[in-house]
Design a protein around this ligand. Sequence first.
Ligand code: CTP
Length: 396
Amino acid sequence: MKGKRILLGITGGIAAYKIAFLIRILKKKGAEVKCIMTPASCDFISPLTLATLSENPVSIDFWNRQNGEWVNHVDLGMWPDVFVIAPCTASTLAKMANGFCDNLLTATYLSAKSPVVIAPAMDLDMYAHFSTQKNLDLLAANGNRIIPAEEGELASGLIGQGRMAEPENIAAYLEQLFEKQTDFAGKKVLLTAGPTYEKIDPVRFIGNHSSGKMGYRIAESFLQRGASVVLISGPTQEKLTHTRLELISVESAEEMLKAVQQHWPASDIGIFAAAVADYRPKQVAGQKIKKKEEELTITLVKNPDILSWAGQNKTDQQLLVGFALETNDAIAHAQDKLKRKNLDLIVVNTLEDEGAGFKNDTNRIQLLDKHNKITSFELKSKALVAEDLVNYLKHV
Ligand code: CTP
């Protein structure tokens, strides 16, 4: 935790008083702490208390009432290694889930670049309400980390789930999060992502609907955990920059194969998420094909199987992961691919699942290993799916 920058967002609930204890724990562990408070939270704990304990000025408004200066929520959003919103009221949860930014805290949330951790706190009926649960699900599905409210006595006198997680538990959660940030340090990961475009003539190609999102989220997840990543990407709208990322843009399967052949021998882990076109036109017309004929036949030839090449050239120290997108008998097809391509693990997703597959931001996966062990995951954001996969690989 030493030297980590932690931005605490405090909203208006009685549990706000416990944030004083959280700051003390985090400071003792060597973290740097800054606080943003909503105006309502100032009724529960004084900004002076938090400024004194955090040894930093507390931000409350969009501008500083003493000197008239603008408080830059974009800078605040860029500052931390983690943004922790605790306690998070039902109202702030609803605003975050719907993009409202009527105070400095919610505006900073929309600008935040770091992981966001939310510790909700409210009365039990508010917590159990479908609106709150729906907002929590939506926030979690989009990559926010939720520390569920704990059971116990509530300020109302009722007993149930709604108490903010205790400061020690929030601190322990953050410690684990930071540990993960370096658990792949020194590892070299090779990734393929996106579709391939196979030229027909200078203006046309054969392609597919792959968005590249899954591969890019996996790249991000490995980068967040200290790995070096070579990302060989077909044409996509996705963008990614990082000091430990080498992004190689390719168009066709043959170009992708060349890049993989160059980088696979030095890699520890290979993850092949690209939707490679299985066939390409036998001949690429030098000029644009004119529509003279009633029918046009394009002869296709098989593309190289890039993943199979990597499987054939795999050492015992390397881990190789493929993807299988199936429409039927998913596990049987995936088992066959795993063997045929000499993989250690295959990520199975089926187009039968609503919300899974190509263009969606969500995915539901199953992981199938060499021993036919199947691990199934819920439908979740591709960012969280990527995290599940990376967590799994940590223990292979
Ligand atoms: N793959 C690859 N090169 C290809 C085709 C596929 O590297 N030419 C990789 C994909 O990136 C994916 C895995 O192989 O990780 C499975 O792709 P898929 O198209 O489902 O498998 P195929 O072997 O092509 O089987 P089929 O089309 O018969 O389902």
